[in-house]
Ligand binder design. Structure first.
Ligand code: G1P
Length: 292
């Protein structure tokens, strides 16, 4: 079997409760970092890692994501009629990025349940998972690419991790490990959102995974765990009985855009590095700072 990672799954079916009221009408994955939806940044990271097929898992109320990745003939005609051909490039930026398809998760039963919806798409292959709440910036070597490189070495499940503050371990899946070398951890256990006292380490799974296809056998029989939800972390833990798992401390600055302040920080940092508004943004921030 060809073991190259060609497929990626992006779960985007959650309600986005933390971003109410905007998420009443707009998917949280469509919230812009300046003018680019967070989901486009995630899709670009997957493509840069060599992924050619992406499945986005949505729910009935998140058609805006499907619209975003589809062609908008009316808007195209409008721009052409107005002679604004230069803006067509921007309009088409999200189209034909790669082969993107969609499937529905109609019940909110948790991340593990969402990934189960990807079984037919993945079709027996090993695959990448990218969670939309985590944006990782690394211009030369994206987080998913780093994980795929390690997968190519070990041919097993690889978890993208970084250390977090002790006070934050209860927000994440936390691993325990027997060995740490270079940036690689040999994983021996994991627990979803432990409280500080029970956490086996402060090494957190941060929204990037390469999963072997065996995960589906565990997801299919997975009982609800933390928060009454079917947790991906619990099934990956069970997979340890059969296969080795490594975690990789990926290089890159991570933004938790599922958090209001994390989202704000991402907008500021991205704005500062933009060619069009970077200089103005810097001057403006300096001015605010001086006024304080
Ligand atoms: C999910 C996973 C968790 C992981 C986190 C990363 O949690 O269940 O293991 O650490 O994503 O962002 P969520 O933030 O969706 O509750």
């Amino acid at each position: 079997m060809d073991k190259k990672i060609k497929k990626a799954v992006i779960p985007a079916a959650g309600f986005g409760t933390r971003f109410l009221p905007i998420t009443k009408a707009i998917s949280k994955e469509m919230l812009p970092i300046v003018d680019i939806p967070t989901i486009q940044i995630i899709v670009e990271e997957a493509i840069e890692a060599g992924i050619s097929e992406i499945l986005i898992i949505v729910n009935e109320d998140k058609k805006d994501i499907i619209n975003y990745f589809s062609c908008n003939k009316k808007f195209e005609k409008f721009l052409l009629d107005k002679g604004k051909d230069n803006l067509l490039v921007k309009l088409r930026e999200s189209e034909k990025m790669c082969n993107i398809t969609f499937t529905y998760q109609n019940e909110q039963k948790g991340l593990g349940h969402a990934i189960l919806m990807a079984k037919d798409f993945v079709d027996g292959e090993d695959f990448a998972v990218l969670l939309g709440d985590d944006i990782v910036v690394n211009k030369d070597n994206g987080a998913t690419k780093q994980l795929i490189d390690l997968y190519n070495k070990y041919n097993c499940t690889i978890l993208g991790v970084q250390t977090v503050e002790a006070a934050d371990v209860n927000k994440y899946g936390i691993i325990s490990y027997s060995n740490f070398q270079g940036r690689e951890y040999k994983v021996i256990g994991m627990v979803e959102k432990p409280n500080f006292e029970a956490a086996p380490s402060n090494v957190a799974i941060l929204g990037r995974y390469i999963l072997t296809n065996s995960i589906f056998a565990y997801l299919e029989k997975q009982k609800p765990g933390f928060g009454g939800e079917i947790q991906l972390t619990d099934s990956i833990f069970s997979l340890l009985e059969k296969e080795s798992i490594y975690a990789y401390d990926f290089e890159g600055k991570r933004y938790d855009v599922g958090d209001r302040f994390g989202y704000f920080k991402a907008i500021i940092d991205f704005a500062l590095t933009r060619e069009d508004i970077g200089k103005e943004a810097k001057n403006y921030l300096r001015k605010i700072n001086e006024e304080e």
